[in-house]
Every structure is written in structure tokens, then in C-alpha cells.
Design a protein around this ligand. Structure first.
Ligand code: OMP
Length: 217
């Protein structure tokens, strides 16, 4: 497992961002695990997470001009990742949206750098059925930007629907013609759980869940 994957999973466990039990997802699925990016709730944790995102993106060689964070959880993630790129010598424009349109002051739904005519990298927390990512793609296109790639901390590698055995990440990538990069995937989590005595007991429920909702490899 590459270094950033391992660092991310270890960090997520330490921060309690990765939990095991019974969780109802946005899709209505009942999951034996949940990733809560809101637990990266200190400057140091966020900085370490951002380094994992930046490593994952740099490993792909993806070209982009702007970093975009979809409201709400994508906003601090994209901001921290842009700060990390700046630390590495690449100061990139940063943009994000608000969910409620503002009808006074500067107005509108978009904040930060102009995306018009730019190649945009979306930074978000997790992809399950792909709904949140598809919304972000629509926002970017509406602002005249060109989506260049998506990076999430965790790709749960789940089917988007019963009729399409591709993962949501695969179908979004194919439809939009851009890469969906994950710092780590469910497969990485299963590997990680095998080597961690505290997590070994969670492997079977994770495997069962993958048999029910997992995409084809
Ligand atoms: P999709 O829109 O179905 O891809 O689900 C992604 C969203 O679900 C995330 O942006 C979160 O709001 C939420 N989520 C998590 O935060 N962590 C998980 O482990 C799973 C989900 C989820 O509900 O699927």
C-alpha cells in the first residue's frame, strides 16, 4: 500500500473519522462503517489530511488550474489542500460554493476564484453513489469551468444502482471523461484491517457489505 494511503487510514482511525458499527447512508444503505471527515477537527489533523490529498493528486500527474471545494465538507478540504500545494511551491486559485444563494452583498452561490475557462480539480470527502460529485460537476460547468479531475479521501467502491455494476467513481469518471482519484478505497481499508489486530474483527462485516453493494473490480 502506498505511503499516503497508509498514512490516511492511520490518521482517520486516530481521529475517529473512521468508525465501525451500523450507519444509514445518504443512499439509504445500511453500512458497517462510516467515514466522517468532520473529525479532522484541528489544524494539525487537517494539514496531515491535506498532505495525503496532495500526494494522491501528484501521483496521477493531473493538470488543473483551480481547486474547488463543494459545500459543506469539501470547503475546508479544498482550502487545506490548496494551502498544501502552496507550501509545495504551487499557489493555485481556490473556489467554493454556498448551498443557499445570497441575494445581497456580492450575491450568488460561488465564492473565491473565477472558474470560467479554467481546468478545475474538485476536492471532496467521500464517494458512495456519486450524487454529491455529480452536483459539483454541474456547478463547475455552470460557472464556465472544465472539470479536470476529482479527488476524494475515500472511494467506497459501491455500485451507483442495481443495474450498473460499475462503481459510482467509475461511472462518473467514464461519463465526465476525467479521473476520480481516491486517497484510499474500500479495498485499501480491507487490506489495512487485515494487518491491524484491532480491526481484524470488522473485516467480515466489511466483506459482506462489499458482496452486497461493492462494484466489480
Ligand atoms: P454520495 O453522494 O452517495 O456519493 O455520498 C457521498 C456523501 O455521503 C458524502 O459527501 C457524505 O455527505 C456522505 N457519507 C459520508 O460522509 N461518509 C460515508 O462513509 C458515507 C456517506 C454516505 O452517506 O454515503
Amino acid at each position: 500500500m502506498s505511503d499516503h494511503r497508509y498514512r490516511f487510514l492511520q490518521l482517520a482511525l486516530t481521529a475517529d473519522a473512521l468508525r465501525f458499527g451500523q450507519f444509514t447512508l445518504k443512499s439509504g444503505r445500511l453500512s458497517p462503517y462510516f467515514f466522517n471527515a468532520g473529525r479532522f477537527d484541528s489544524g494539525a489533523r487537517m494539514a496531515q489530511l491535506a498532505a495525503c490529498y496532495a500526494d494522491a493528486v501528484e501521483a496521477t500527474g493531473l493538470k488543473f488550474d483551480v481547486v474547488f471545494g463543494p459545500a459543506y465538507k469539501g470547503i475546508p478540504l479544498a482550502t487545506a489542500t490548496a494551502c498544501e500545494f502552496a507550501q509545495r511551491g504551487r499557489d493555485l486559485p481556490l473556489s467554493f460554493n454556498r448551498k443557499e444563494a445570497k441575494d445581497h452583498g456580492e450575491g450568488g452561490n460561488l465564492i473565491g476564484a473565477d472558474m470560467n475557462g479554467k481546468r478545475v480539480l474538485i476536492v471532496d470527502d467521500v464517494i458512495t453513489a456519486g450524487t454529491a460529485i455529480r452536483e459539483a460537476l454541474t456547478i463547475i460547468k455552470g460557472a464556465g469551468g472544465t472539470p479536470a479531475g476529482i479527488v476524494v479521501a475515500l472511494d467506497r467502491q459501491e455500485i451507483a444502482s442495481e443495474t450498473d455494476r460499475r462503481s459510482a467513481a467509475q461511472s462518473v469518471a467514464e461519463e465526465a471523461g476525467i479521473p476520480v482519484v481516491a486517497v484510499a478505497t474500500l479495498a485499501d481499508l480491507l487490506d489495512f484491517a487485515s494487518g491491524n489486530p484491532e480491526l481484524v474483527g470488522y473485516r467480515q462485516p466489511l466483506e459482506d457489505y462489499r458482496s452486497r453493494y461493492g462494484s466489480r473490480p
